[in-house]
Design a protein around this ligand. Sequence first.
Ligand code: FMN
Length: 218
Amino acid sequence: MTIWFGLTTIPPVISSLHPPSQDSSDSSDSHGGKKGASARGDIASADSAQKVSTNASVKKDFEGMKLRIIYASTSGHTEHVVHVLKDFFAEKVPKLEVTLQSVESAKPEDLLKGDLLILASATWNIGATEGHMNPHMHTFLYKDAKDIDLTGRKVGIIALGDTRYFFTSRASERIRNYIQESGGTVFGFPMTIINEPYGQEDKVAKWGEKFLTKLQEL
Ligand SMILES: Cc1cc2nc3c(=O)[nH]c(=O)nc-3n(C[C@H](O)[C@H](O)[C@H](O)COP(=O)(O)O)c2cc1C
């Protein structure tokens, strides 16, 4: 079945519709900081009048295709972004099956599940050094999943960061290195969200639109 989407305005992204434990494999933040659920809830009302508009065309409905997003999030920012992206995909291509999974609940073999994978992490310090991925993501990828072979896998990247830090948003490069070292291929351009993600939902949706456009080339 072929569906064309033209100039489209989707409803406001009400992220509070998706509490963090909504997905069976999705465990909420449990290691300090402002939790994602409250962070998203805080802004949901502030953003209630916001419209996320995109104008690219998406031809396929992606029926039967599965996308897994494994994310790390300490203060809830990355968690907010992946929920916004999931909401966008649900509105735009409801037949694309999207699974969100927190890295704390992920097993190495989860990296191989589904047709496509996205790894999402903010930039943090590991030990004394800044410019790394979230420590939970780092431990998962470089300890738990160090022997996983990603040959043939296409993996998208979502990275967050903050301009207060010199190595802004370097998590993107760190994730890319892991994908390539493990034999995988980076899919599309990384999504980079600098500073607080609240109010940047348009950017997430636009990236999602490009992601879908690239996906239909597969
Ligand atoms: C201890 C600490 C270290 C950080 N180091 C960096 C960094 O090196 N580069 C950067 O761009 N952002 C850095 N950040 C900012 C985070 O990447 C940013 O706040 C991000 O939105 C957090 O996302 P999360 O809540 O999903 O983990 C750091 C934040 C903290 C608290």
